[in-house]
Design a protein around this ligand. Structure first.
Ligand code: COA
Length: 532
């Protein structure tokens, strides 16, 4: 296979400026990650520890195999909203007793672990990842249930959590609940719905209604241990399968349960001993343009991501704004589609469609590296059928049945987001680099479009056009769209599965590919009708 060569000048001014810009956004990212890790803050963490309890990340660390990595998802969920960064949930993919599992842990230091609309989205996405990739689920439960002031946005869709857990069970994907604390009302259905429930003595409280509610409903003066304690559920109701004497015991039992599920991955194992890339992944920071409008060659990124920097390029001379080709990442074969010069023309769209079909014929997962301003506009392109060609690509992406992994490297605008397997096209996992932007179009273009439309509207009604007011409105809209295009804003709303350090791209893709191989990998052989 051809080995990629590099033209990057690591001593050049551009490289240095790019690297400095990336390090600055990575600092901002780390600041926000610190906030997510701090959860409810020092006061609530101290109170939690004083009660002899472990923090959610400590629980996860003890649960995972020693020194194994954890692919944390949506760490910045709820960023920029009224809720705590991270949305009172930690979720991710990690290895437990040798099995890749989805872990969902409540953070009880944030409003008693109560679930707000962002925690709900994060939980549902984690359960979806478990379902589509066939990964066992371990819930680390300690939550005050619904965030009561936001119940209107929560109550109806939250029912889906129990639906998903039941569906997983029906698909023979094991579900485990380790209950460390409160699991009240709707939350009681988590241990209720899981295949395995482990309750921690004196801490676990699992009931449909706590003592105050019972008093209100029936007048009974109930004791919380008798109503929902671990001893009662282990000896009397039978809801608990395992009685744990403390938190470590519950984690030990959880690991033992997973070790006995007789789990076999259905996908092909990776090739042994994959070669690392021939160039240093650290150099990726100097390759990403600090100016989103300046394109960079994705082959320079691939040279620092794929095994042995080997890349078998497909149709290299045709539709050159999109780079397509075959490679391996950590021993897993992949097809790669990577934007080069931003705009997708008819040639790129047709090339992508063919390439996606080929990957489906050979059951090869696809990696989409986005840096696109969307499909080309203009009279000659419309006359050349850009809509039909874009539709072919979107058809191919939609009906492709091999796993898609998508990374927004720098920009994801317009229908380019759809054609390059954005969120609405069900990538199995999707990440962004911290400087990436995502929106229907660039902020300046969007503000300019609105200004032109306003001017035309005034002219058609014979109204005078207030230039000063328009300039103010245009600036305000541009600032709004700029803020909404920011990677933190996008990830906060769960439009991806998290922001990653660009230098970790190979490791994140490797872990993601390993996870998707828990399920069978079978491409689609028959496609829908293409508009030729
Ligand atoms: N919705 C919104 N906020 C909640 C909440 C909920 N369901 N549960 C707790 N909080 C808030 C509390 O108001 C408190 O806020 P404050 O510190 O600003 O005053 C903070 O979270 C911590 O709660 P606190 O009760 O001090 O923590 P705790 O660890 O002693 O107890 C619970 C935790 C979950 C046992 C207890 O808060 C509780 O019973 N909550 C209500 C549970 C419930 O009935 N939920 C209904 C589910 S449908």
């Amino acid at each position: 296979m051809a080995v990629l060569r590099t033209a990057v000048d690591v001593r050049g001014e551009t490289y240095r400026a790019n690297r400095a810009a990336q390090l600055a956004v990575l600092d901002q990212l780390n600041e926000q990650l610190e906030l997510a890790i701090a959860g409810g803050g020092e006061r609530y963490q101290r109170r939690h520890r004083d009660r002899g309890r472990l923090l959610v990340r400590e629980r996860i660390e003890l649960l995972l195999d020693r020194d194994s990595p954890f692919l944390e998802l949506s760490s910045l969920a709820a960023w920029g909203t009224e809720f705590t960064v991270g949305a009172s949930i930690v979720s991710g993919i990690g290895v437990v007793s040798g099995v890749e599992c989805v872990v969902i842990g409540h953070d009880p230091t944030v409003r008693g672990g109560a679930m707000n609309p962002y925690s709900l989205r994060k939980t549902l996405r984690a359960l979806e990842i478990a379902r589509v990739n066939r990964l066992p689920v371990i819930n680390l439960v300690e939550s005050g249930g619904a965030d009561l002031p936001t119940q209107a946005d929560l109550f109806v869709p939250a029912g889906r959590i129990f639906h998903e857990l039941t569906e997983l069970s029906a698909m023979a994907i094991p579900t485990v609940a380790l209950v460390f604390g409160n699991s009240t009302a709707g939350g009681a259905y988590v241990p209720g719905m899981c295949d395995y429930a482990v309750l921690v003595d004196t801490q676990a409280k699992v009931f449909l209604g706590g003592p105050p509610l019972v008093r209100m409903a029936t007048g009974e003066d109930a004791d919380d241990e008798a109503l929902g304690g671990a001893r009662m559920h282990s000896r009397v109701s039978g809801l608990s399968d395992h009685f744990a004497v403390d938190e470590c015991d519950a984690i030990r039992i959880g690991r033992e349960i997973i070790s006995r599920i007789n789990w076999r991955k259905l996908g092909r194992p990776p090739a042994p001993n994959p070669e690392p890339p021939r160039y240093d992944p650290d150099e990726i920071l100097g390759i990403i343009s600090s100016d989103v409008k300046v394109p960079f060659d994705p082959r320079e990124i691939l040279a620092r991501v794929v095994d042995g920097s080997e890349f078998d390029e497909y149709k290299s001379l045709y539709g050159s704004s999109l780079v397509t080709g075959w490679a391996s990442v950590h021993g897993h074969p992949v097809g790669i589609l990577a934007n080069h010069r931003g705009v997708l023309f008819s040639e790129e769209a047709k090339k992508a469609s063919e390439f996606i079909l080929l990957a489906n014929q050979t059951d090869t997962p696809l990696v989409f590296l986005q840096n696109t301003t969307g499909y080309m506009v203009g009279t000659s392109y419309e006359q050349g059928g850009i809509i039909k060609d874009g539709a072919k690509m979107i058809n191919a992406v939609t009906n492709s049945a091999v796993p898609h992994l998508t990374i927004n490297m720098a920009s994801s605008f317009g229908a380019g987001n759809y054609g390059m397997s954005g969120r609405a096209y069900d990538p199995r996992l999707m990440f962004s680099w911290p400087g990436a932007k995502l929106a229907v179009m660039g902020a300046a273009q969007l503000a300019g479009v609105l200004s032109i439309v306003g001017r035309a509207s005034a002219a058609s009604q014979g109204r005078p056009f207030d230039e000063e007011a328009d300039a103010k409105r245009t600036a305000a809209i541009e600032a709004q769209i700029e803020a909404e295009s920011h990677a933190f804003f996008v990830t906060a709303r769960l439009y991806d599965d998290g922001i990653i350090d660009p230098r970790d791209t190979r490791e994140v893709l490797g872990m993601s590919l390993s996870a998707v191989h828990s399920n069978t990998i079978t491409g689609r052989r028959g496609f829908g009708v293409f508009r030729m």
